[in-house]
Design a protein around this ligand. Structure first.
Ligand code: DGY
Length: 318
């Protein structure tokens, strides 16, 4: 029987089928499989089912000559050196599609929360600051309108389009930048500079690759419309966090809604942590129980196909 490492217990039924066709080693925790333990646990395995928290680099692949496939329970594969896997003939599976609506909901939640200062208001109530001398007044917790505002979507893939649909329902004008031409009803395609200069809200929906790393750098942040809001549920590495924090504390940008960070879990000295006008969530864009089951099912399905010697249904390097 082929040896398979699963780096975390996964939800759903499909994953159980893996034990029928392979000798499965599941990391039982506590917590995530530590990076130092990954090489040890993976030794001799022909298959790996991993999470986006597992870093699969070239050195690791070099030390695993038996490895034949990788199936990640994530749509993003920036934690895997896909080029190195491809060179070694190792297919990399991922989980597209099933997290689209869930991630779009989280994106829109962050957009609304940042516009209407929801997290700041929540802290205000909890910490007992809501008193007669500090209560409803014409300018009390005033935020920024969403209806009638322009949303700029950076990357008009499945999630970008799902965010566009929500925005249209909220009465926003939607513009988008996408690498290739796409036709989405009611969405005007513009170049990135135009999008940044015109949008009251900017939401990031590109994958993290060598081309998109720090795509939203200091220069592009400076090119954003004064008082705009940035939302990122894609990957932290796409945005220069220092430059974003500076623009937010200088008041050049109004607010941000951030689900993803350059380093996760976020480090204590991340400048975004100390700004009142940033709504922060811990990479939970796809976090509903049902979506996580569907992601696990797809990851298991990819692994089952590879174990059977077939092509993975969802492979990034066919
Ligand atoms: C993914 O699957 O890449 C998402 O970031 C998970 O939330």
């Amino acid at each position: 029987m082929e040896k398979l490492l699963i780096t975390h217990q996964l939800p759903g039924e499909r994953v159980k089928q893996l034990a029928q066709t392979s000798d499965v080693n599941v990391w039982m925790g506590p917590g995530l499989l530590p990076a130092q333990a990954l090489a040890e646990e993976l030794q001799g395995s022909t298959g790996l089912v991993c999470l986006l928290t597992d870093r699969i680099d070239e050195a690791l692949l070099d030390s695993m000559p038996a490895l034949k496939f990788i199936s990640s329970m994530s749509v993003g594969v920036d934690h895997i050196d896909v080029a190195a896997a491809t060179q070694r003939g190792i297919p990399v599976g991922h989980t597209p599609g099933v997290l689209v609506e869930t991630t779009a909901d989280a994106t829109f939640g962050l957009l609304l929360a940042a516009a209407r200062r929801m997290a700041e208001a929540d802290r205000f109530v909890r910490q007992g600051s809501w008193r007669a001398e500090n209560a409803w007044s014409p300018d009390f917790f005033t935020g920024k309108d969403v209806a009638g505002a322009t949303l700029g979507i950076v990357g008009l893939g499945d999630i970008g389009r799902a965010v566009a649909r929500r925005a249209q329902g909220f009465g926003m004008d939607v513009v988008a930048w996408n690498r290739s031409a796409v036709d989405v009803p009611g969405v005007s395609l513009v170049d990135l500079g135009t999008l940044l200069g015109r949008s009251d809200f900017v939401s990031i929906h590109v994958a993290l690759t060598a081309d998109t790393a720090e795509l939203i750098n200091a220069e592009r942040i400076a090119a954003m419309k004064p008082g705009a809001v940035l939302v990122n549920t894609a990957r932290g590495g796409i945005v220069d966090e220092q430059a974003l924090a500076q623009a937010l504390s200088a008041g050049d940008l109004y607010a941000a809604g951030i689900d993803v960070f350059g380093r996760e879990p976020v480090e204590d000295d991340n400048p975004l942590l100390h700004l009142p006008n940033v709504v922060l969530t811990p990479h939970i864009g796809s976090a509903t129980a049902q979506t996580r089951i569907e992601m696990a099912d797809l990851a298991a399905g990819n692994a089952l196909a590879a174990l059977a010697g077939e092509a993975m249904p969802h492979c990034v390097n066919p």
